[in-house]
Every structure is written in structure tokens, then in C-alpha cells.
Design a protein around this ligand. Structure first.
Ligand code: ADP
Length: 505
């Protein structure tokens, strides 16, 4: 029985959950983990969810690739070496170990010179379709994880493999083919979709490389009829349970508009599909102790604290120095998903109507060029700054200095930036989709719009500006934003209950 269904006081319920959770061992398998390797929000999730799980008694550990840039920077302790067969050749894989900072959570890193620890973090981060090296890398990584961590190993015997995104989608299938006996003995798996648009389409010869027989499995056979395998599809059909990172996105991906061609399959598995909202780490994102910002502040001095930060950033970036001009921040991967064409189309209008905009992002070369060029437009001088880079330090300065934070995404599985912005007292203006819909309440904790258009975006900015003119009402909204609780506490409990449920399936 679920603790939430019995009538216990909260403290008792938490204790009950702790007792239930305390025997569970979970291996989170992913491509990124902050602060070690971060490209997008998945890194924040993998770097913070296990800490919250640990605090309720789940032994949650992480395994990621030991990418070359990380290998060049840090030498983590070697614990064991294995041979993993791929494409008919035995490859050396070494397992290294470290702890997540300020915690007891173990991170394993797998090193292999040929497939994992060569090239960059990703071979082609700006494209939806991954190149062959990327697909081979994660097929190999998945096989190595199954070889090293499944069944009676002497490193970590997990009860559940918690797989994340296409990079790990083949794992349920690999477990079945590697341990081709009584199905009830196969390790339980959860597959979390952080972004359905990236699916990992690979040629069918990956099956030979992995030593999987396509004809032995219905879903593989069916998937291979169009001459490729879809790693996300394999994760969806193979895992014991599927989660995604907000309740709204869990609904949306069952429709043709958001389902990226997989909506019918997702719908057919809706009894095994659940949305659990991501959290953020308030250890990392906290304006009262953020080491990167000019002036630290809390609820009590947010208005003056943010003004000091704004004046300092305006000076640093060459924007016109004026504490009364509303500053709009944007921090994002430059990808079509993020609705940045709405921003570029309306940038002149936004600035002409008395706002400043600072954008921090990198990714798609075309979008990079658009925002680089905007820096040179005379009409935007002193009003717009596009910073085409990835910088954690600059990101924090923007969160702390901006009055408003713009996220006009076409779709957004969860989105972390609106939650971070709110913690920094920065009012989000978002398109009401996915996790943005679930976390921003129009006129309460921000402004939202439905239609994907520049007009709708401008309209919401103007509504925000109207409120900004009334300092008392603006401050009320800022306070409300800051007091939202997007910590992992609630979501980690939901994952722990789900792990329990999956173990009982
Ligand atoms: P996604 O995972 O789709 O990229 P999220 O909103 O879930 O989007 O997470 C984005 C994370 O990456 C946030 O922590 C955000 O601050 C960070 N981020 C995005 N772009 C940059 C950048 N150019 N520099 C620094 N941090 C960035």
C-alpha cells in the first residue's frame, strides 16, 4: 500500500517512506551529470535528484561516460577494468569513481578510448540527428553498463536501472538479450524521457555490434522494418515504467502535435507512463549565497539587491545604465525548440518599447549568427546584448540582475530556467506548454501565453511591464515567485514510490 493512501501524520509518512526506501538500490544511467559534465538541464537533474533520494534512504548512484574533456581535466580513482564485446571485438572499459560534491552519492565514470573517451562531450550537440559515432558511443556505453552492473557484480548491485533519454534507451532490450532466461528475474528498468525530440535513430547493424538478434524480439523486428532502430522507442517499449519530467508533458506526448511520431505507442503504454516534475537544487541556486553575483540578497532585500546586480551587469555588458529600465533575461540552448525565432522577430519591438534584453546561449549556428549580428544593429545599441557562449557564471549574473525572464518555447518537457529565475526573484514570461504550464501561474507567479506567435509574446511582455510600473504589486509577485518550492523533496518521494511500485510489478 502507498503511504499516501493511509491516514498517517506527515512525519510518520516520511518515516514510513524512509523505511520502505531504505533497502532500494538504484543506478541512474545518463549522458550528463552536473557539475562534472553539463550541456543542458538533464545534467542538473542527474546531479541533484540522487541527493534528494539519498536523504529519504534510497541508495542512488550514477553512471556516466568518462568523456575526454573531463578525463583531461580530472583523474578519478580507478576501481576495476572489464572487457566489453562490441562489433566482435573485446574492448577495455575501466570504471572510475568519485562522489557528487558535498555528498556521499557515488558517481561511476566509464572510460574506453575507442568509443567513449574520444572527441567532445557530444560529437554534434546542435543537431537533432546524431552522427554514427554518437550512436555507437551510447550503444557501447549501454552495453558496458549492462555488462558491468547487472547481476552479482562486486561494484554495485542495483534493484533498478533508471535510464535517461535516448542514450540509454537500448538498456532494457540489452538486459533481456544478455540474460535470456526467466523474465521475472530481469532487473527492473525505468526510462525517463527528458526530451522526446531527440530519439537516437541508428542503423540496424547496431544489433550485430551489440550481439542482439532482431528477429528474436517483436518490438525490435517491428522497429527495424524501416531499416533503422529508434533508441527512444526501444526504451518506451522495453522499460517496466516510463516517466517524463512534468505532468503536462506526459499528457502532451500522447498527442500527434507533441508525440514526435511516438504518440500512439506512448498512449498504448499510458498505464505505465507518469509525469514527475523536475526539481532544482537550492544548494546550487540560491541568491543569498551565490558566489558569482555582485550582491547577494534574500526575500527581505530583493529589490535593492537585484538593482545592484542590474547596474553592475548593465555596466559590464555596455547596456545603458538605468535602474528603472526593465531588463529581460534569456538563458538557453540555441535550438529551434526554444522559440527563439519569436525573440529575433520581435527584438526591435521589445527594445523600442522600453526594455533591455540580455541573451546567453549557444548551439545552432544559424541562431548564434542571428543574435551575434543583433549586437551590431544601431537601433539596439545599449538595449540588447547577445552572449554566444556557455558560462555558468554569466548565467547566475543574468538570473540575479534581470527583472523578467523570457522562455517562449514551442515545447518544453519541464524547463529549469523558469524555476531558477523565480528563486532569484525574476518574473518568468513563458509560453504555456509542458513544465512551463505546470510551474508558472499567469498573473500570480509570472505571465504566460498560449499562441506561438510574436504578438502573443509581445503582449505578455507588455502585461508584465504594466505591473512593473507599480512597484508595490511587482514586489508582491516577486515575493510569490521567490517563495515557490521547486526543491526535489516532493519529486524525490514520487520517484521513491514509483521505484517501490516497479519492484512489486
Ligand atoms: P534544456 O535541458 O532543454 O537545455 P532546461 O531549462 O531544462 O533546458 O535547462 C537548462 C540548464 O542549462 C539551466 O541550468 C540553464 O541555466 C543552463 N544553461 C542553458 N544555456 C546556458 C548557457 N549558455 N550558459 C550557462 N548555462 C546555460
Amino acid at each position: 500500500m502507498d503511504a499516501s493512501t493511509i491516514n498517517l501524520p506527515t512525519a510518520c509518512k516520511n518515516n514510513y517512506l524512509y523505511i520502505q526506501s531504505s533497502n532500494m538500490k538504484v543506478l541512474l544511467i545518463a549522458s550528463e551529470c552536473a557539475p562534472l559534465v553539463k550541456v543542458g538541464g538533464i545534467a542538473d537533474v542527474i546531479g541533484s535528484l540522487p541527493l534528494a533520494l539519498e536523504s529519504i534512504g534510497v541508495d542512488a548512484r550514477i553512471v556516466i561516460p568518462y568523456y575526454k574533456p573531463l578525463l583531461d581535466a580530472v583523474n578519478f580513482k580507478l576501481i576495476k577494468t572489464f572487457l566489453v564485446n562490441f562489433a566482435g571485438i573485446d574492448e577495455n572499459v575501466s570504471v572510475h569513481e568519485t562522489k557528487l560534491s558535498n555528498s556521499n552519492v557515488t558517481v561511476y565514470l566509464l572510460k574506453n578510448d575507442k568509443y567513449i573517451s574520444n572527441g567532445g562531450i557530444y560529437f554534434s550537440p546542435q543537431h537533432m540527428a546524431s552522427p554514427d559515432e554518437e550512436l555507437d558511443r551510447f550503444a557501447f556505453f549501454s552495453k558496458a553498463v549492462c555488462r558491468i552492473f547487472s547481476y552479482n557484480n562486486d561494484i554495485f548491485n542495483a534493484d533498478i536501472f533508471h535510464c535517461n533519454d535516448w542514450h540509454t534507451g537500448l538498456i532494457p532490450q540489452l538486459l533481456q538479450s544478455m540474460h535470456n532466461y526467466n523474465k521475472s528475474q530481469i532487473l527492473k528498468t525505468i526510462f525517463t524521457i527528458h526530451n522526446l525530440a531527440y530519439q537516437g535513430f541508428t542503423k540496424t547493424d547496431i544489433a550485430q555490434k551489440l550481439d542482439i538478434n532482431i528477429n528474436s524480439d517483436q518490438s525490435l523486428k517491428w522497429d527495424a522494418t524501416d531499416d533503422n532502430l529508434d533508441m527512444v522507442l526501444q526504451g518506451i517499449v522495453g522499460a517496466d515504467y516510463i516517466t517524463t519530467v512534468s505532468e503536462k508533458y506526459a499528457e502532451e506526448i500522447q498527442t500527434s502535435e507533441f508525440g514526435e511520431g511516438l504518440h500512439e505507442i506512448l498512449e498504448s503504454r499510458k498505464n505505465r507512463l507518469k509525469g514527475i516534475l523536475n526539481g532544482i537544487s537550492y544548494e546550487v541556486f540560491d541568491p543569498s549565497k551565490d558566489p558569482y553575483i555582485k550582491a547577494n540578497y534574500t526575500h527581505g532585500d530583493v529589490i535593492s539587491g537585484k538593482q545592484k546586480n542590474k547596474l553592475s551587469l548593465q555596466k559590464e555588458l555596455g547596456l545603458t545604465i538605468n535602474q528603472n529600465t526593465p531588463l529581460i533575461g534569456i538563458i538557453t540552448r540555441l535550438a529551434s525548440q526554444k522559440g527563439l525565432n519569436l525573440v529575433s522577430d520581435s527584438l526591435e519591438n521589445i527594445c523600442e518599447s522600453g526594455h533591455q534584453v540580455v541573451l546567453l546561449g549557444n548551439g545552432d549556428p544559424l541562431l548564434e549568427e542571428i543574435f551575434k549580428q543583433a549586437n551590431y544593429k544601431p537601433s539596439l545599441k545599449g538595449k540588447f546584448k547577445g552572449l554566444i557562449q556557455f558560462s555558468e557564471k554569466m548565467a547566475r549574473k543574468i538570473y540575479a540582475s534581470s527583472d523578467m525572464f523570457l522562455i517562449p518555447s514551442k515545447y518544453e518537457p519541464c524547463g529549469l530556467t523558469q524555476m531558477i529565475a523565480m528563486k532569484y526573484g525574476t518574473v518568468p514570461i513563458v509560453r504555456a506548454t509542458g513544465g512551463l504550464f505546470d510551474t508558472v501561474s499567469d498573473k500570480e507567479t509570472g505571465f504566460s501565453f498560449i499562441e506561438f506567435s510574436s504578438n502573443a509574446l509581445l503582449n505578455s511582455i507588455m502585461r508584465a511591464s504594466e505591473l512593473y510600473k507599480n512597484k508595490g504589486n511587482w514586489n508582491k509577485m516577486v515575493q510569490k515567485c521567490m517563495s515557490q518550492d521547486f526543491s526535489w523533496t516532493q519529486s524525490a518521494k514520487k520517484y521513491a514510490s514509483l521505484y517501490q511500485k516497479v519492484l512489486n510489478l
